[in-house]
Structures are given as C-alpha cells and as structure tokens.
Design a protein around this ligand. Sequence first.
Ligand code: G
Ligand code: G
Ligand code: NA
Ligand code: MN
Length: 255
Amino acid sequence: NQLSAALVVAADRNEFIVHYQPKVSLLTGEHLGFEALVRWRHPELGILAPGRFLPLMEGSHLIRGMTRAVVAIVSHDLRAWKDAGLIPGPIAINLPEALLVGEEGYEMLAGAIRENGLDWRDFAVEVTEDVFINRSADQILGTVTRFREHGLSISLDDFGTGFASLVHLRDFPFDELKIDRSFVANIGTDIRSEQIIRAMVDLSRNLGKRCVAEGIETDIQRRFLLSAGCEIGQGYLFAKPQPAARAGAHLPKRF
Ligand code: G
Ligand code: G
Ligand code: NA
Ligand code: MN
C-alpha cells in the first residue's frame, strides 16, 4: 500500500525522528536514563507512532535502516548533551531481532560510539519478548554477550505479554526486566494484575535483575509498585516521550 511505499524512502529522507522518555527512581523521581522511541514524520500524515509502521517493516531490511537512523540521532543528541555538561544517563535503543543475530547490530553501535567519541555505557539495549518467537536464547547470545562485556545493560521489554518463557528468563543473560504497561494500567482495579506484578518483581529480584515498570500514569500506581519492591519506572506521571530539546531541559548537570 501507500504507507509501505513511502516507508521505503523514509530513512533516506531523514523522516525518522526520536522522542525520549525518562526512566526515573520511583522513590525520588531522580533521572536514571532515557528510552529512545522512534516516530515517523510522514510528509502528509504528520508524526506517526511505531504502531503504525513497525508492523509494515517486519521481516524486511527497512527496519535495519530505520534502526541505523535512530542510533545516529541518539548518538548526535548524546554528544550534544554531554558537551553541554548534562548527564543523560544510558539511552536505551530498542533493537529488533534482525540486529540481534549476526554482527550488524553490534557494529552499528560500535561505529556510532567510535565516530562520536561516546562510551558503551552511554547506551542500553531493549529486546522485546517477541524475539523469542523465532529465536532461541542461544541465537542472540553472541551479540548480547558482546554488549554486556562492554558494560551495556540489556532489558527484556514487554515482559509478561509475549513469548518469553521461564526458560528464556533462565538462559538469556539480561540485566533488567520491564513490566508491561498493561499490568500497570490495572493496578487498583484488578487484584490479579497486582498479584502478577508482585510475582514478577520477586522473580526479577530473585534472579538478580533490575525491575522497571512501564506506563505509570498515577501516583497510586507508583506507590503500589514501590510497595511491591519495584524501584524504577517510566510513564506519563513523570514525562511523556518528548523531542530532545524538551527532554534535555531537566537533565542533571555535571559540576
Ligand atoms: O513510542 P510508542 O510508545 O508508540 O512505542 C510503541 C512500541 O514501539 C514500543 O513498544 C517499542 O518497543 C517500539 N519501538 C519504539 N521505538 C522503537 C525503535 O526505535 N525500534 C524498534 N525496533 N522498536 C521501537
Ligand atoms: O513498546 P514499548 O513498551 O517499548 O514502548 C512504550 C510505549 O508506551 C511508547 O509507545 C510510549 O509512548 C507509551 N507510553 C509511555 N508511557 C506511557 C504511559 O504512561 N501511558 C501509556 N498509555 N502509554 C505510555
Ligand atoms: Na522498549
Ligand atoms: Mn516496552
């Protein structure tokens, strides 16, 4: 269709942009880092969310070009923030399956770090559960292990909604588990969602992983998560995903 045709040239036309959403301490509100979230600035339709176009890219090389654009934009913004004495924290890139198998994803980040004088720890990587539809933990272990050897943190995203089984939790060496916002949305109304959140927090703690909750919109949700033992979160309660200029406005400064 028409959207797919326009998508083919979107990367070359610099139509992909990045919004940043902070990860914060649920106790103090302290800024801990960002997640980079891609948007497509479509020439006629305006800014489109990933739900509108990522599905059209699945299994195609286009997602690699898009990710390359995201990494370039994030590297540029990281450089500018660091040069201004700001502390953006690690910026998490959502890496698609296509870039977790083979060398390309690793080389993409390594190249961006080299070219912009950045550090590995300026980045983090998020992997959605869905990579395990087609891949075993084994098949992405090489790339993930190399990232981790540089001290870069790996998150397992959208936990509890997709295809990650307990076997993946056992065999896949990640650092952070992200509780999907569908569970968080039900805090206060659905006791089962609350019990599942408690179990996920306990599971991540027992495995020695950090736990991050997504989609926190209310103080009731924030306080429930803290009481369950989850100490890091993202959501509209703190900040929506925003362009760099606005996202950078409240960053801690180096003295
Ligand atoms: O930005 P939004 O809240 O609409 O994000 C929806 C989903 O799109 C998120 O779950 C996220 O995993 C995915 N997503 C956002 N940015 C990127 C990106 O740069 N690359 C990939 N592969 N997925 C992304
Ligand atoms: O797919 P992933 O979970 O990585 O992306 C997060 C998505 O959730 C983004 O599309 C972002 O815009 C959205 N999001 C972030 N915070 C909130 C929130 O507090 N409430 C809702 N409903 N969506 C959120
Ligand atoms: Na993500
Ligand atoms: Mn997520």
